[in-house]
Design a protein around this ligand. Structure first.
Ligand SMILES: Nc1nc2c(ncn2[C@@H]2O[C@H](COP(=O)(O)OP(=O)(O)OP(=O)(O)O)[C@@H](O)[C@H]2O)c(=O)[nH]1
Ligand SMILES: [Mg+2]
Length: 443
């Protein structure tokens, strides 16, 4: 990807009512003038950033010109809004390519925004997070990051390390002066490390919101797994019957639970069977249970033999016992104690589902914590670099204590560049490709 030529791509999904085509680069206005015909010139200053009606290939189209640097990419940008549908967009794009633009690569508009200093790398990543957000909370987090919430925290850390480096270098420049180890330095480093630790810790919430969480419904046949699946998914996806062994295969649904993107899986009831289809289904259930982060182990609390009900229950971390069918429970019936959180519900009567969800958030976030949108939550790439920075700070601290300011300065520089690589202040070409290749074309 270079930043000198003029690129173009559809910016809206093909098949919508309107197709938006974006052109960015030094030749954007010329190309727009070649393909779009209207009464007024979009390049005239009082027409900038205004939608003008005209035609492309004889079809009505709106055009707008946004001169750089006040545009998304920082380049001159033109947009055409044509009729929806693949044909109109393809015709307009062809005209644009014939007029001298080349097809943009995935993420290339955002890449230019980064190169032109409109966004840093954490904000560019937030653009991609916005598009893939699987829940409202994930979307809000991405919006905050795009607005610079993470950038400003990282820039503060970067600046604080930079000022320590200057102090260190002052000592190197004036070795004869009595600039002894200042206990404040170790306090300053400790404070920076604390800030880094908070950012690293935010990675857990970041992973939950970005990647979502696998939740599996497990248990014996007829316990009510599929009924609970349908209730949580909000549709009759899975077949429910009074016949034990109804579900034969795993059924998945992408849902939002307590603001978290969740892949919910219903499974075949666990039991010994001579039926080959059921055996295969049960093997799939076991694989899904082993891979899940959270397991709702559904139990039939109306079973006269409660010990048989829990006999083959597994208590892997993340298991919540869900005693279902509480509507059928004889009064005063005591349920066995279990070595995992337990909740009593009735899917049939929609009873106590809130309590189940509370157990779920306690399990995911830790007790008492709510599913809330964190101010910042770093992703895996940033987390690795934060840890790298922290390791260099630890080394710098040791060098300070030894009075070796030259080595301390070098460690501090490593610590600073690790932070700089997160935002893109320090260059890291491999990372650029990695980040932008995950974008869609037109972003
Ligand atoms: N009374 C009562 N019946 C329920 C409740 N939940 C489910 N059932 C009934 O229990 C029967 C089995 O429900 P399913 O959801 O198919 O059970 P399952 O665990 O998916 O069963 P398999 O697919 O066979 O493993 C159905 O007749 C449901 O209507 C409940 O809370 N109360
Ligand atoms: Mg079922």
């Amino acid at each position: 990807m270079n930043t000198v030529d003029t690129i173009a791509a559809p910016a809206s999904a093909i098949g919508g009512a309107v197709s938006v085509i974006r052109i960015s680069g030094p030749d954007a206005l010329n190309i727009l003038r070649k393909v779009w015909l209207g009464k007024s010139d979009p390049g005239r200053e009082n027409n900038h950033r205004k939608m003008l009606l005209g035609k492309v290939n004889g079809d009505p189209a709106l055009a707008v010109f946004m001169p750089g640097p006040r545009s998304y990419t920082g380049d001159d940008v033109a947009e055409l809004h044509c009729h929806g549908g693949a044909a109109a967009a393809a015709n307009a794009l062809n005209a644009i390519f014939n007029a001298g633009a080349r097809s943009a690569e995935p993420g290339e508009f955002t890449f230019r925004a980064f190169v032109n200093g409109k966004l840093d790398l954490t904000q560019a990543e937030a653009v991609s997070d916005l598009i893939s957000a699987g829940s409202d909370a994930a979307f809000k987090l991405a919006e905050r990051q795009l607005a610079g919430s993470l950038s400003s925290r990282l820039n503060t850390v970067y600046d604080r390390i930079a000022s320590l480096i200057s102090e260190c270098e002052a000592r190197l420049d004036f070795p004869d002066e009595d600039l002894d180890f200042d206990p404040l330095d170790s306090e300053k480093i400790a404070a920076i490390r604390q800030e880094i630790k908070e950012l690293v810790d935010s990675g857990r919430a970041g992973a939950l919101l970005r990647d979502g969480i696998d939740v599996v419904l497990a248990g014996k046949p007829n316990a009510g797994k599929s009924s609970l699946f349908n209730l949580l998914a909000g549709s009759e996806r899975a077949i429910v019957t009074p016949i034990p062994g109804t579900t034969r295969d795993t059924v998945e649904s992408q849902i939002v639970l307590c603001d978290l993107p969740v892949k919910l899986t219903d499974t075949a009831g666990l039991r010994e069977s001579s039926d080959i289809v059921e055996q295969l289904g049960v093997a799939r259930s076991r694989r899904a249970i082993a891979a899940a982060k959270v397991i709702f182990w559904v139990l039939d609390s109306s079973n006269p033999d409660l010990h048989a009900e829990i006999s083959d229950m597994e208590f892997a971390p993340g298991t919540i016992a869900v005693w279902n069918k509480s509507d059928l429970l004889p009064p005063g019936r005591k349920l066995p104690e279990l070595p995992c959180p337990a909740v009593m519900i009735s899917v049939a009567e929609n009873r106590n589902i809130d309590e189940l969800l509370k157990n779920f958030t306690d399990m995911v976030y830790g007790e008492g914590e709510n599913a809330r949108v964190p101010e910042v939550a770093v992703n895996a790439r940033s987390r690795v670099l934060l840890e790298e920075s922290d390791a260099s700070l630890v080394q710098a601290m040791e060098q300070f204590a030894n009075g070796d300011y030259e080595l301390a300065a070098s460690d501090l520089r490593n610590a600073m560049h690790a932070i700089g690589r997160i935002t893109g202040k320090s260059s890291d070409p491999d990372v650029l490709d990695e980040i932008f290749k995950n974008f869609c074309i037109g972003k």
